[in-house]
Design a protein around this ligand. Structure first.
Ligand code: PMP
Length: 313
């Protein structure tokens, strides 16, 4: 395979498969794995942030990500699997053995392996891959979104609360439609026509100085970034509420942003070509970005339990 010189894969020394460290090319799964054919796979995406002054890498909200992985496995009725303590140790060991001293992304996956039917509960295999991932340019510039013609999955069909691979067909369809139509991203509505979320992140709007985001029963993944933003709003006296959001509120909102581990806090500067506010990243969006950056990098003292130091622990 031809890999470009700046591909983050080239910086990976080792990946973890079922607890064992090995080169990426050695980590293989069976083509008959139910995790592949029937999407019996759940995963997490985490980020760890480098603090130059402290010479330390901090994993953001690691415990909550691990707990969400366990919840996803429970929802998909996975059988015997590694404990949270084992996964925590493996995750930290994985990062340490790669000796990263920059911002990274970590993908943790659990899937039904080997050979089995759609209903197989095991064997459950796990993998951990970490690699350098700098902040997106869109953090500064913002992005143009479109309301998708696809509707969000329903809790009674393919529950978005589980971070399950199968759910990402819905995300892919919406994301592809947006991209092929010349937009940077999508906002997906629920079957009832209310705002749900984007393909890989949650949506906040600002109206009259109040931060507003759909509730956890709106077909969203219970995002840890969303949760962090709501907590930071509370701590700084920024008014915030969770409630149903109508499509037309997107068109008259003063500000909009998209949030998730990967996107962090990405300003949305237009929806369906209608500018959000004055079409530039908004004041409250910028304020939340600044607070978020201080939290993830361990610059601000609040919420110490959100950050796990990699090399000191
Ligand atoms: N919704 C979806 C569908 C996602 O894939 C993600 C990314 N994990 C999020 C929301 C954001 O979740 P988090 O803030 O926990 O990364």
């Amino acid at each position: 395979m031809n890999i470009p010189a700046d591909d983050p894969r080239l910086k990976i020394k080792l990946v973890t498969m079922n607890g064992e460290l090995m080169p990426l090319d050695d980590a293989k799964i069976s083509i008959m794995a139910p995790g592949l054919t029937f999407a019996a796979t759940v995963f997490e995406g985490l980020r760890a942030y480098w603090n130059e002054e402290k010479q330390e890498l901090f994993v953001f909200r690691m415990e909550e990500h691990l707990n969400r992985l366990l919840d996803s496995m429970k929802l998909l009725r996975f059988g015997e699997h590694p404990s949270i303590n084992t996964l925590r140790e493996q995750l930290l060991e994985n990062i340490r053995s790669n000796e990263y001293r920059e911002d990274i992304y970590i993908r943790l996956q659990a899937y039904i392996d080997d050979w089995g039917s759609m209903l197989a509960k095991g064997p459950v295999s796990t993998s951990i891959v970490s690699y350098p991932r700098p902040r997106l340019n869109a953090f500064e510039t913002g992005r143009n979104f479109a309301v998708s013609s696809w509707r969000r999955l329903d809790d009674n069909a393919s529950p978005p609360r589980a971070k399950a691979s199968g759910n990402y067909i819905n995300s892919r369809l919406a994301g592809m439609e947006a991209r092929e139509s010349g937009y940077d991203g999508a906002i997906i509505l629920t079957a009832a026509g209310k705002v749900s979320e984007g393909p890989g992140g949650c949506i906040f709007i600002v109206r009259n100085g109040v931060l507003i985001t759909p509730g956890v029963t709106s077909g969203i993944l219970e995002s840890l970034t969303r949760d962090s933003i709501l907590r930071m709003a509370l701590e700084t006296g920024q008014a915030a509420e969770t409630r149903d959001v109508d499509r037309t509120e997107l068109y008259i909102a003063d500000e909009i942003f998209y949030c998730g581990t990967g996107q962090e806090i990405t300003p949305v500067i237009s929806v369906d070509r209608i500018p959000a506010g004055d079409g530039k990243p908004g004041k409250i969006t910028r304020a939340m970005q600044a607070l978020y950056d201080k939290q993830v990098r361990d610059i601000a003292p609040e919420n110490r339990d959100w950050r796990t130091p990699v090399y000191a622990s």
